[in-house]
Design a protein around this ligand. Structure first.
Ligand code: DAH
Length: 341
């Protein structure tokens, strides 16, 4: 029995020292100290020993048990420590790893063109002013020579807050607001949002943008209007751009004209962008009507001036060959990413 106990001790010692993890250690505890374990079996067999042998073997069995228990404890500590170290090693952060760069946005094409346009006019001595989007009927229509029953109001139906207050249909009311406040010389452009009760399609939107221009001084003629617009169109669409003035009618200018530019895509030959015309209409303009000047307290016998107004969406669509205005408002990244500079 003594031999058996010594063997158990030796094999437990050997097996314990090579136990690789806490799971293996637990199996060894069961193998030696468990209810059906080897040491327990020896203890159970002690009943058959002589009186003299029993205390000796009993003591030895206890010593072996104590030895195995403390060896188990020690190994457990060592393995726990090792497991912790391994875990820490696995969790090490590689500070040299490149970070995730947040994707940069792009300027909206309408803003890009507006910025270019503003730069061009600032370069010619214009300043930029803004006006309210919620406007009085007086400024949006009446002061611009569009009295309540004027037929031209039909083409500019809008959203009314009440009989006198509406969402402006054009940026032209800013002309009146500026002339009321400021004495000539005046040289301004005024970009902003305008509203019309239009149904959405490829070329219409109930909300869109215009850029208004106004110049008032002594001796301003149509030649100044033509020269200014020519510089503008050449800078925005290229030096070989030609302009064409077509007679038109606006209640607040006399004479009035619509301006076409030669198609930047086909240079006037006719293509799908200009619908075979060779020309693209980009704005309305004219010499400020004497009645409008008078409405604003400016004497038409002393001063004269010109005005123009263009749709920013339209100007931008032609600049980039965009065929559907809805793309500007849909926030589709596939579309917007193309304008990343
Ligand atoms: N306000 C006009 C429109 O929305 C555009 C316009 C035409 C503005 C002629 C002007 C102008 O200043 O002189 O259709």
């Amino acid at each position: 029995m003594k031999d058996r106990l010594n063997k158990i001790k030796a094999s437990a010692e050997a097996e314990l020292s090579s136990a690789a993890d806490l799971g293996a250690l637990e199996s060894l505890r069961v193998k030696y100290l468990g209810k059906k374990g080897e040491l327990t079996a020896v203890m159970k067999g002690m009943g058959g020993l002589s009186k003299e042998e029993r205390p000796i073997i009993g003591q030895l069995a206890n010593t072996v048990r104590g030895f195995i228990e403390s060896a188990l404890e020690e190994k457990k500590k060592a393995l726990t420590e090792k497991a912790k170290e391994l875990k820490l090693m696995a969790e090490t952060i590689d500070v040299a790893l490149p970070g995730r760069t947040p994707e940069m946005g792009a300027k909206h094409p309408l803003n890009t063109v507006l910025d270019d346009l503003q730069d061009i006019f600032i370069g010619m001595g214009f300043s930029i002013v803004e006006g309210p989007e919620v406007e009085l009927d007086y400024y949006n229509f009446e002061a611009l020579n569009l009295p309540p029953d004027h037929p031209a109001r039909d083409t500019q139906d809008t959203f009314y807050i009440n009989d006198n207050v509406l969402l402006r249909t054009q940026t032209s009311p800013v002309q009146v607001r500026v002339m009321e406040k400021q004495k000539p010389p005046i040289r301004i452009i005024s970009p902003g949002r305008v509203y019309r009760s239009d149904t959405v399609d490829a070329t219409h939107s109930p909300v869109f943008h215009q850029v208004e221009g106004l110049v008032i001084d002594k001796g301003i003629t149509m030649a100044d209007l033509k020269g200014t617009l020519e510089v503008f169109a050449k800078k925005l669409y290229g030096d070989d751009t030609r302009l064409r003035f077509r007679p038109h009618h606006f209640p607040f200018t006399e004479p009035s004209a619509e301006v076409d530019i030669s198609c930047f895509n086909c240079k006037g030959e006719g293509c799908s962008i200009c619908k075979g015309e060779g020309w693209i209409e980009i704005l309305g303009c004219g010499m400020v009507h004497p009645k409008v000047l008078r409405n604003c307290g400016i004497d038409p016998e002393v001063y004269s001036g010109f005005a123009f107004g263009m749709g920013l969406e339209r100007v931008t669509m032609f600049r980039y060959g965009i065929k559907d205005l809805r793309l500007f408002y849909e926030n589709d990244l596939q579309f917007l990413k193309q304008f990343k500079i």
